[in-house]
Structures are given as structure tokens and as C-alpha cells.
Design a protein around this ligand. Structure first.
Ligand SMILES: [Zn+2]
Length: 366
């Protein structure tokens, strides 16, 4: 048993890829054990719950419908918006739908979903058992979104958080500056008689870009993948305007939005006079546009930047933090700030079972 003063400790088991956190309540009357397994997704052992598993699981929480998080499991716990988007992406599945902030007992655990600010229906999950609160964030951002509910932060004992932009150099400019750069790009490109093209991930980022540009009165043509998801956003009350499905034809006075993989398609190659901007948080890195041979990279991201990651931890006040999906150094930055943090390391077996290409595509445009 740990001493009463030593409320928490973390232990990483290298061979089984398990991390074990023991957390005692403040009065030290109870000690709770949680085993966090990380292999193709996160499994809280003893709860029967998987979190964003990347291979089929019996029962899994899917935080949002991006391909690096969503798989067709036997049963999926998700918001109704994420369920709809999952169905669109991989067909029918058995869903256990939970609204934001409506706690429910599932698999012997009290679970509650709450907004992540990442996509329409994107959710974090709070799991509570015996007075210990575990939060898994999935992908999130704290900045304002025009198309997703603002993220919430709940206090917890154990926090499992994404850390995609977990280095101090990744601090994004205010949204109004990003919007001004997008507007400037359109104006300059059209003034030179060229077609402005934005490359944005088809779920979430593209609809955010549509909203930003249509709010400024621009007429939009969008790729079919983006168009179909925009229609689902509208089903759930997100108002998108001034857009049509791109089917070729004149692009005079119009702006094209396409997913990154369309860059090398005939659809874009057939537009002879054009300038291409990629929308990604990695735009803060010099030469980010070279990844897809674009003309410009603009830092519109659906992830938290470094300052938001720190802000999140300060507000959640966890006793133990596990970081996932990002720079291992982020855990060190947290420790330097006095937090008990470590990186959750993934099994080497993952490389054999996980479609890395999907992750690479997404990560490049985070
Ligand atoms: Zn995501």
C-alpha cells in the first residue's frame, strides 16, 4: 500500500504495455486501481469499455468520426451526430447513443459525454467509478468553433489527453487573423485572374472553412466528399450557405474547397490557373505548404495548440495525466510545470494491424 502522503503513482509495464495508476481519495480511506491498456486504442481494464479503438471491439466509445478514431465495432457509444457521421463513412452499426451531459451507467461505470469542440458531435468522455473520475479527451480544441459546440473541461483524477501540438512553438494566432489570411488569399488570387483552392480535411475542417468564407459572402464550390458531410452538418442545424457541389464548369468568382487527397486528382489538375492554400496547424512550421506543393499554408486547425493543452490541464486539475497522439515531449513539459504526467506508449504490435496511411493523411492536415 502506498503511504498516505503518496496519493498517486504511475507505473509503466514495458512488455504488456499497461500503465497502472493508483489513486486514493483525499481522506485516504479508499484506494482505487485502474489499468489503462493502450494497443490499437485505449482500454480501461475492469470496465469493459474501449476508447477510440482502431480495431473491432465489443463495446467502444467513438469520440468523433475521423478515420483514425472511428471503426465499426460490435456496439458503439457515441453522440447522435457522430453516429450519423460514422454511418455515412462506414455504413450501419449498432449504436448506443448518449447526449452531451446526460450521465448513464454502462458496463458498471457512470459515463458522461461532453463537447470536445473538434467536430460536429465530437465528444470527450468522463468515466466515474467509486469516486474516481477519469476523462479521455479524444481530439479537442478550446478555441471558438463556428460549426462545433464549444469544448468543456471537467475536473478529474486521471486525464488521458491528446497532445498533437504539444510543443511550445505551436501557438496558433487568433481566429480573426486566420480568417483574415484566408480572405486575403482569396482576394489576391482572384485579383490575378486565378481560382483560389483550399485543401481541408473533409470532415470538420472543410465545413469550418465553408462557414468562414460564406460568412464573408464568397460563393463556394465543394468536392463531393465535403458536400455530403456538409449536408449532414445541416441536418443537425449547422447553417452553411453559398455553396454547391463542384461538377466542373466555370469557377469565375468562386472558391473551391477540396480534401487534401484531391490535390493530385484530375478535378484540380484541370483547373489551369489556380493557387492552392492548405489549411493545417502545421502551417506554423516553415515550408509546411511543400508537403502538398501548395502555394500557401494557413494555420486553421481543429486541435488544441500548446497553450490550450496547458490551460486544459490547469482547469481539470488531474492527479495523473497520460498523453497520447502527439509529441512525447509534452509529458515532460507538464512535469516541468509540476504535473504528474507521462506518455502512454503504444504496443509495437500496432504497426501490423493499423492502417497508418489514414493517420498520416489526417495528421498532415490536423
Ligand atoms: Zn480528429
Amino acid at each position: 500500500m502506498p503511504s498516505p502522503m503518496r496519493a498517486i503513482f504511475g507505473l509503466f509495464h514495458r512488455h504488456r504495455n499497461l500503465s497502472c495508476a493508483k489513486v486514493s481519495s483525499k481522506n485516504n480511506l479508499e484506494v482505487w486501481h485502474f489499468m489503462i491498456e493502450y494497443e490499437n486504442g485505449i482500454h480501461i481494464k475492469g470496465t469493459g469499455l474501449w476508447l477510440d479503438a482502431r480495431r473491432k471491439a465489443d463495446f467502444c466509445f467513438v469520440s468523433h468520426a475521423h478515420f483514425d478514431h472511428a471503426v465499426r465495432h460490435t456496439e458503439i457509444l457515441a453522440t447522435k451526430e457522430t453516429a450519423r457521421l460514422c454511418e455515412h463513412r462506414f455504413g450501419k452499426a449498432k449504436f448506443n447513443i448518449l447526449e452531451y451531459n446526460c450521465p448513464k451507467k454502462l458496463k458498471g461505470v457512470r459515463v458522461e459525454l461532453f463537447p470536445s469542440g473538434h467536430t460536429l458531435g465530437g465528444a470527450q468522455i468522463l468515466m466515474e467509478k467509486g469516486g474516481t473520475r477519469i476523462v479521455y479527451t479524444g481530439d479537442f480544441k478550446l478555441r471558438k468553433s463556428l460549426t462545433a459546440k464549444k469544448a468543456e473541461i471537467k475536473r478529474c483524477d486521471i486525464l488521458i489527453m491528446e497532445s498533437t501540438f504539444g510543443l511550445p512553438r505551436y501557438v496558433f494566432p487568433p481566429l480573426r487573423e486566420v480568417e483574415a489570411r484566408m480572405t486575403e488569399f482569396v482576394k489576391k488570387t482572384q485579383a490575378n485572374g486565378k481560382v483560389p483552392i483550399f485543401l481541408a480535411y473533409s470532415l470538420g475542417k472543410a465545413q469550418e472553412a465553408m462557414k468562414i468564407l460564406s460568412n464573408r459572402g464568397y460563393k463556394l464550390s465543394v468536392h463531393a466528399m465535403i458536400y455530403k458531410i456538409a449536408k449532414i452538418y445541416e441536418e443537425f442545424g449547422v447553417k452553411l450557405a453559398n455553396y454547391e457541389l463542384y461538377q466542373g464548369g466555370s469557377m469565375d468568382g468562386r472558391v473551391l474547397i477540396a480534401p487534401p487527397q484531391a490535390k493530385r486528382s484530375r478535378m484540380i489538375e484541370n483547373i489551369s490557373r489556380k493557387r492552392i492554400a492548405i489549411l493545417t496547424g502545421w502551417a506554423l512550421d516553415a515550408g509546411a505548404n511543400n508537403h502538398v506543393r501548395g502555394d500557401e499554408a494557413i494555420p486553421l486547425s481543429d486541435h488544441a495548440d500548446f497553450s490550450e493543452l496547458i490551460q486544459y490541464v490547469k482547469k481539470a486539475q488531474p492527479k495523473k495525466i497520460y498523453t497520447v497522439h502527439g509529441f512525447a515531449d509534452f509529458a515532460r513539459f507538464l512535469r516541468e510545470r509540476g504535473f504528474n504526467a507521462e506518455t502512454l506508449k503504444e504496443s509495437t504490435k500496432v504497426k501490423k494491424t493499423f492502417n497508418k496511411e489514414l493517420l498520416v493523411n489526417y495528421d498532415l492536415f490536423a
